[in-house]
Design a protein around this ligand. Structure first.
Ligand code: PMP
Length: 327
């Protein structure tokens, strides 16, 4: 199925519908096709041990959707409409949620400029939709470290740009870098900052953390050029609650490389909705490749992963009330 809600200037959000998933008619002059005024979110619904269905922090996705809308000069969608639309699609597509441990129903809420015109200005009509797709485990046969390529050619976001928004254009601009990573035999691209090309921003679809030899976690700060990941935020809160030191500060590629050589950097991991927490194995760059420790999954990384997955799946207490029961 799909959920649709329309928006028109002066009228607000109207005509909410749940209907069979089908192509959406679109005029060739629809604004989104020309100027990419579009935003989206991604989250999962999954079964819990008691036979229910849950989502992880959907209110955080709703808030980020609002911030993305603001950046892209789009009207805010009330949080209640966002959450209700997720509930509706889960209820009607319950049978598409894979049973058991590993699978989930990936939910994709998005909104785009549907107004028909060719001038360059914020549109006055929008369509909000939710579609869903079952997904299997991100890793079949155990967690595998990802390999990453530090792109020398591309940046993801500059100060004042759209890096903190989840808009389609960011991903379009990243496709060449992702292709470059694959050419170099890597799973993901690492973006450096656009100004000095020195500091690590994030991966193509995940945030980055280092684990230092004293147990401290270090992650790049939210300065507007990286996506404020919900998994990133969850990792920080869990680590701090456990008494671990967390530093949100710039990490230079050199600190990473030298730390890996000296043993100061013990582990590195990436995190995001799709893979939750995943170790980073080898880092490739024009200045040479390096690995952290033996390139295998680190203890702190795997511990955090287990802690987070156990909360999500209802096997551990949920101290921050992150798990949102749906059915
Ligand atoms: N950075 C980028 C560029 C992403 O696409 C994602 C995935 N949404 C993330 C980070 C991780 O965000 P989250 O933990 O909210 O999935």
């Amino acid at each position: 199925h799909m959920v649709t809600v329309r928006y028109a200037d002066g009228k607000g959000w109207y005509e909410p519908r749940v209907e069979a998933r089908a192509p959406i008619p679109m005029d060739p002059a629809s604004a989104v096709l020309h100027y990419a005024q579009e935003i989206f979110e991604g989250l999962k619904a999954y079964t819990t041990p008691d036979g229910g269905v849950a989502m992880f922090r959907p209110d955080a996705n709703a808030k980020r959707f609002g911030l993305s809308a603001q950046r892209m000069a789009m009207p805010a969608l009330p949080e209640e409409i966002f959450l209700k639309s997720l509930h509706e699609i889960i209820a009607i597509d319950r049978k598409w949620i894979p049973e058991g441990e590993d699978g989930s129903l990936y939910l994709r809420p998005f909104a785009y400029a549907s107004e028909v015109f060719l001038g360059v200005r914020p549109a006055m009509e929008y369509l909000y939709l939710v579609i869903a797709s079952p997904v299997g485990p991100y890793f079949s046969g155990g967690v595998k470290p990802v390999s990453v390529w530090v792109t020398p050619d591309y940046t993801r976001a500059a100060p004042g740009g759209t890096g903190a928004a989840k808009c389609g254009g960011n991903y379009a601009a990243g496709l060449s870098a992702q292709a470059e990573a694959i050419e170099h035999g890597c799973d993901q691209v690492v973006y450096l900052d656009a100004v000095e090309r020195k500091y690590v921003d994030e991966l193509g679809g995940m945030n980055v953390f280092l684990v230092l030899d004293d147990g401290t976690l270090v992650t790049p700060p939210l300065t507007g050029t990286i996506l404020p990941g919900i998994t990133r935020d969850s990792v920080i809160k869990l680590a701090e609650r456990a008494g671990r030191r967390v530093e949100e500060r710039a990490i230079s590629l050199e600190e990473w490389r030298e730390g890996a050589a000296s043993g100061r950097v013990r582990e590195a991991f990436a995190c995001g909705t799709a893979a939750v927490i995943t170790p980073i194995g080898v880092i490739r760059s024009l200045d040479g490749d390096f690995t952290i420790a033996d390139g295998g999954p680190g203890e702190v990384t795997m511990g955090l992963r287990k802690e987070l997955v156990d909360i999500q799946r209802g096997r551990a207490a949920d101290p921050f009330h992150w798990v949102h029961k749906v059915l």
